[in-house]
Design a protein around this ligand. Structure first.
Ligand code: SAM
Length: 275
């Protein structure tokens, strides 16, 4: 269990953080009492939150493998990358392409602290602290430009991040600026909280309740409709099978299908290609 003494400098353990609540859901150790209180509150409504977090990581690993091994994408920009966990992007990518390079970006200081420690001996990746809501600052940053070659296709990874950008912060414009900077042949992968609406009224009601808890405690969290999520990749080719529950995106042979419980229809993903 983490204690105040264990908090890296710059990390405020009196307010919950998205990265640390998610770390708790994934069974990690880089979280504090204040984070666990938020997570436990949400788990009362959707007890399968940890399975949803695991499904998101499994989706991420399948997507990175697909991009690195099958589409020969050798560079990745991972925004809202989160705390290091098992199967980080650079670990999956370099398994298929030893030259692969990854830039991790997150605005939470704890991610920078732990990311730098993990990457101290790895030349393949770097982590920077920046805010996704200012995409031009990220795109023009010296480290990003030094690490990634914007004349060759890039894998833009937006896993579990756009739903932390509020409607008033214009997530569509944020996504559009990022996509505009990518050369053709690049890919964009998104995982996002979904409100299934009338199709699954029970799941929709629970999503709204957890949305309220997240907004009251973390200040963010938006469960969007399929149309809203698809609008982030307007003009791109969405690959088969489209926008689907995470476990349904190209499952690998032998992967056991998760039970279709509370969060199954409320966390979805897609991969799209810039023509
Ligand atoms: N991408 C990882 C994954 O899907 O497994 C982590 C997702 S985690 C749910 C969301 C991450 O986005 C957190 O680490 C949080 O700190 C980060 N984040 C939230 N808002 C952000 C912002 N405006 N700019 C950069 N990072 C942000």
């Amino acid at each position: 269990m983490a204690s105040n003494e264990a908090a890296p400098s710059g990390v405020d353990v009196s307010v919950p953080s998205i990265a640390r609540v998610y770390d708790f859901m994934l069974g990690g150790k880089d979280n504090f009492a204040v984070d666990r209180t938020v997570a436990e509150h949400a788990l009362k409504i959707t007890p399968d939150g940890p399975q949803a977090a695991q499904a998101n990581r499994a989706f991420l690993r399948r997507v990175v493998r697909f991009l690195a091994a099958e589409q020969k994408i050798g560079q990745f920009l991972d925004l809202g990358s989160g705390l290091p966990t098992q199967g980080n992007v650079h670990q999956v990518a370099t398994r298929h392409d030893p030259q692969a390079r990854v830039v991790y970006v997150d605005n939470d200081p704890i991610v920078l602290a732990h990311g730098r420690a993990l990457l101290a001996h790895e030349g393949a990746a770097t982590v920077i602290q920046a805010d996704v809501r200012s995409p031009e600052v990220i795109l023009e940053g010296a480290e990003v430009r030094q690490f990634l070659d914007f004349s060759r296709p890039i894998g833009l990874l937006l896993f579990g991040i756009l739903h932390h950008i509020g409607d008033d912060e214009d997530p569509k414009a944020v996504a559009a600026k990022l996509i505009e900077a990518l050369p053709s042949g690049s890919y964009v992968a998104i995982s996002h909280f979904r409100d299934p609406g009338e199709r699954q009224p029970d799941a929709s009601r629970k999503a709204r309740e957890v949305e309220r808890i997240f907004n009251e405690s973390l200040g963010t969290g938006r469960w969007r409709t399929d149309e809203e999520i698809l609008s982030f990749v307007e003009g791109l080719e969405v690959l088969e099978p489209g926008l689907v529950p995470l476990a349904e995106w190209r499952p690998e042979p032998g992967e056991t299908a998760p039970s279709q419980s509370d969060t199954y229809h409320t966390f979805v993903g897609l991969v799209a290609r810039k023509p």
